[in-house]
Design a protein around this ligand. Sequence first.
Ligand code: SAM
Length: 284
Amino acid sequence: MPLYIVPTPIGNLEDLTYRAARVLREASLIACEDTRRTRQLLQHYGISTPLISYHEHNERARTRELVERMRAGAAVALVSDAGTPLISDPGDALARAAIAEGLPVIALPGACAAVTALSASGLSAAGFRFVGFLPVKSSARRAALAALADEPVTLAFYEAPHRLRAFLRDACAILGDRPAVVARELTKLHETYERGALSALAAHFEAETPRGEIVALIAGKAPETAPPPDEPALMAEIARRIADDDLSATEAIRQTAQRYGLSRRQVYQRWLRRSDAPVVKGGQ
Ligand code: SAM
């Protein structure tokens, strides 16, 4: 029988899907991190499926036991304390073992703090890198940030409130003063998003003690503009765009200026003053 991977709410109890409730109700047993916490959720939904603990300290032994039970016909639902199992939560070993045994592994879509924060962050969601928790020690945290410095996509971190200030300071020092978002208490009463440059967010949280559960998102490395070539080469490029790409001078100047991060107006003036510009005769 299958292993179901079932996301649970990250704050708001309404965020359990109908399907998740049905799977939890119909499963033979639910493997969960903290039986007391999951029991509260199940009580809210009137679900009485038996629970078995599955956490980082008994993961190996429980994985063997749960695989045996699935092979014997049990349908097991895996949940964590909140959000999607395996996302900075236990479950990795169980999913791998089930796959290795040829058992079906069925993941349900549902709440995940990183994805929730990303979708309302205003940062690019075209691509993102989920990092989760960084090391606690500053030297190791800085090394981990340095390894992410060239990522062009949005970076998603989980961070404890008492470490947020140090995290923001280190991130600003290592990654530069990039746009970032601190999302707190998502789906809960005191949900907030603070948006700004890393330095501004660091200053904000120096003044205000960070509280609650936190997702920090940082913009990826900005694409580098090519270094501008010397004057003759710049003019030659504009001339080539006009001749080969059949562009107007205005459009060729716009594209060239954009490529090198230059001001369009300045490039236009340089184009007018170029050495081989046709001489405009003044007349009376
Ligand atoms: N599996 C979970 C998920 O899918 O998001 C993450 C579990 S991880 C152990 C817990 C961390 O996720 C928290 O310390 C916090 O960084 C983040 N988190 C969880 N719920 C959150 C919420 N409601 N608002 C902001 N961050 C949250």
